[in-house]
Design a protein around this ligand. Sequence first.
Ligand code: AHR
Length: 359
Amino acid sequence: MINRICVKRILSAVCVSVMCCIMATGCGSSRNEEENASPANEAIVVGFSQLGAESDWRSANSESMRDAFTEEKGYELIFEDGQQKQSKQITAIRSFIQQGVDYIVLAPVTQDGWDSVLEETRDAGIPVIIVDRMVQTANDDLFTCWVGSDFHLEGCKACEWLYRYARTQGMSGDDLHIVNIQGTIGSSAQIGRTAGLEEYSEKYGWDLREETPGDFTQAKGREVMAQMLVTYNNINVVYCENDNEALGAIEAIEAAGKHAGGDLKNGDILVMSFDGVNEDAINYCLNGTIACIVECNPLHGPRVESIISTLEAGGTPDKLEYVNETLYSSYESVDAVTIDSVAYPVTILTQDIIDTRAY
Ligand code: AHR
């Protein structure tokens, strides 16, 4: 299938030759020639700047985008991996502008620092759809719309679950000694989840011992947790800002001869996580090794595709589209959490639920 970039090039070549004809003969019909040059089923070109490949969530997200933007569906997807570097993502966006893509989709590694390049996309007249993490811009008109998760709400859900679960164990606020393995610093996923924990620690008087970045990876999660277990001898909760970090933390806990689980009175370390994408992590949640996972849904491909279809049809998509997400736990003692007067049910995990999930 021919794409719109080729069509634009053909049309401009046609225009040049028509102009030559007009100049040579003094007359001519550019309209017919343009119609002949524009095939009915030209592909829509989408430039996607993915931030990297740090986690299982990210792999599922990239796959979802690739599945949504196929040739059969009328798209050409130009996929660029930013390798966790904002500078690489900015270079990719500039190359999309040069290529004259129809849409730019950006999964930003960090929240800040996008204004200049988004001004360039605006000047080029290319709609930009932000996906997953958010950007912080001086002016919201610099991007067309955003779809992703409410990371702060995710953090609040995790903390409210912890508060309720600790009560069922007869523990009060100052019995909880928590460490946080943070995600990539400056990403909206990290900012929202960390803010949730800090607010609830303040509210309930939890002993938040340390917060250290684990970059959303298993290797860093293990390294950071191993160090924290040496530094503090009373940790009983580890708040991991994604599944991969949680897997690394569990390895470190076991290597230190401790047990990851929910029996706080008998010295267990309660592991909390976000995502629910990694298969080992969800199985750990089923057997109680991970106490609670707040879902972060990676399947944004069809959502972004639907936004582009709306734009193609001349419609206006919602500026911000939040995805509904649940909490998983196999501990039945907490069945719901309430945040700002809204009750969110906990999905009590079973094998059947795992088998029927979309990822
Ligand atoms: O932005 C979403 C976060 O990024 C996911 O929680 C994490 O696994 C990923 O790397």
